[in-house]
Design a protein around this ligand. Structure first.
Ligand SMILES: Cc1ncc(COP(=O)(O)O)c(C=O)c1O
Length: 467
């Protein structure tokens, strides 16, 4: 049997919508891609190994500025995706100037040499993060930062097992893929992953894995729910025994926010079982949900908090693993020790990004404009039965489309059509699980830009609904 047929046989479920070559994607490309762009797409497709949600590409990009991207043919899109790196907008002039100056002052720090920006960033993260999280390690990507957290948890507890959520994404490395719960990153073609990486069903109130229903406002029914999803984590911690850590996103990127009290219950269960709690705030950290950290909403402090993505201001790659001081137990080993661990330029970028977020009041903006958006999305739900659920916090927002509100049949085809209609109208976003319009705007997005985006979506939803 050839490798080709083996891979073919094990094609994984797609967790996103705008992937591969659906007829609609082909149709959009045929109408919108000129010969120059097509030539670049062809070179891209020839040069890169093909992989889901990456290559081949749909379109080309020429520039990105503020909340917008501009494609190879000069069309502007308000970017409500941005891979969650664009908190401060693309190409922020203050960040570019700080990076340029740092490159002049000191462009690299070889090991054994401490440098000012790296130390300052470590101190700043300790200052702004919740509780006593104060010892830090840096890496160049979120996946590596997650794996450093896993190593620290193993060393501290003397255990190796973890509990995480199905459907979660924590990065593409073998450790991160092992705790992740998306087939795309752990299907049969990838082979064996880490042992002891147990999974439980995530909180997902609209489609509760335990079968409970939400009320008309999409909230869990407190009488019947009793936060079963948190109790299941306690149950597995006890039955499995010797678990090093529970690892999860405090607000899921799908998006789903936790039912009230969920994280407090999980925190207690971890304490009782001697397991650490690790929060992956790679997309949500630094203000996405309208608080500096998503876990601030729940008033729960993890033992380790992992950040990345927007930390580099959308220009440079940097991620961080923040630990409580008593987790400083691996001094004789190398946990990450990455080449660019204490790079003065990436750490300067992160410091300046945090300063910009503070000085421009971007967390407050995400909270205010996000609340306005949620209200308008609720109004849209009242008008269109295609919208089954509206949810989110700050600038982590989602509209879940269903063909029927009772059966909750995912309206995947409709979601895809709306995606391409939105591109035509100048809005970019992504669909999750095929039928959730997932909106993660830059934190600089104004109320007017939000209104524009929701106008575009409402128009598309109206057209699609009227058939
Ligand atoms: C929740 C979460 N964790 C981890 C990662 C991995 O980060 P990186 O792509 O920088 O390795 C991502 C990236 O999308 C993410 O969304």
């Amino acid at each position: 049997m050839t490798l080709g047929t083996e891979v073919e046989k094990t094609r994984p479920h797609q967790s996103e919508g705008d992937v591969n070559f659906s007829p609609r994607r082909k149709e959009w490309a045929a109408k919108n891609i000129d010969s120059t762009t097509a030539a670049l797409l062809k070179r891209d497709a020839n040069a890169f190994l093909h992989q889901s949600v990456s290559s081949p590409c749909l379109n080309s990009i020429k520039s990105a500025e503020g909340a917008y991207i501009i494609d190879g043919q000069g069309r502007r899109y308000l970017d409500f995706h941005g891979n969650n790196v664009h908190h401060i907008g693309y190409g922020h002039p203050r960040l570019k100037a700080a990076i340029a100056k740092q490159m002049d002052d000191l462009s690299f720090a070889p090991r054994r040499f401490a440098c000012e920006p790296a130390v300052e960033l470590a101190e700043k993260l300790a200052e702004i993060s919740p509780g006593d999280l104060s010892k830090v390690l840096f890496a160049t990507g979120g996946s590596d930062a997650i794996e450093m957290a896993m190593k620290v948890a193993r060393a501290k507890t003397g255990r190796f097992k973890t509990i995480s959520f199905w459907d979660a994404f924590h990065g593409a490395g073998f450790g991160a893929s092992s705790i992740g719960g998306e087939q795309l990153f752990r299907g049969q073609a990838i082979g064996p992953l880490l042992p002891g990486t147990e999974h439980v069903a995530p909180y997902a109130c609209y489609r509760c894995p335990y079968g409970f229903e939400v009320d008309a406002n999409g909230q869990p029914n407190q009488q019947v729910c009793k936060t079963t999803c948190a109790n299941m984590i306690r149950y597995v911690l006890e039955k499995e025994g010797n678990v090093a850590a529970v690892i999860a996103e405090p607000a899921r990127a799908v998006p789903y926010t936790p039912p009230p009290g969920f994280w407090k219950m999980v925190r207690e269960a971890c304490n009782d079982a001697g397991a650490l709690l690790i929060f992956d705030e790679i997309p949500t950290g630094l203000g996405k949900t309208g608080r500096l950290f998503a876990c601030d909403h729940d008033d729960v402090t993890p033992d380790i908090l992992v950040m990345g993505k927007a930390l580099g201001g959308g220009i440079l790659p940097i991620a961080a693993t923040l630990c409580r001081p008593e987790l400083d137990v691996l001094g004789d080993y190398a946990i990450g020790h990455y080449t660019h661990e204490k790079n003065p330029v990436t750490t300067r970028a992160a410091l300046t990004t945090i300063e910009i977020i503070e000085d421009e009041g971007l967390v407050e903006n995400a909270a205010t404009v996000g609340a306005f958006a949620l209200e308008r999305m609720q109004d849209m739900k009242d008008k269109y039965s295609l919208i089954g659920d509206v949810r989110g916090r700050g600038f982590l927002l989602g509209l879940e489309l269903v063909t029927d509100r009772d059966s909750k049949e995912p309206a995947k085809d409709e979601a895809e059509e709306i995606l391409y209609r939105a591109f035509d109208a100048g809005l970019s976003f992504k669909t999750t699980m095929g039928n959730v319009l997932t909106l993660t705007p830059s934190l600089i997005t104004t109320k007017e830009q939000m209104d524009f985006a929701l106008d575009v979506l409402e128009d598309a939803i109206r057209i699609v609904s009227s058939r």
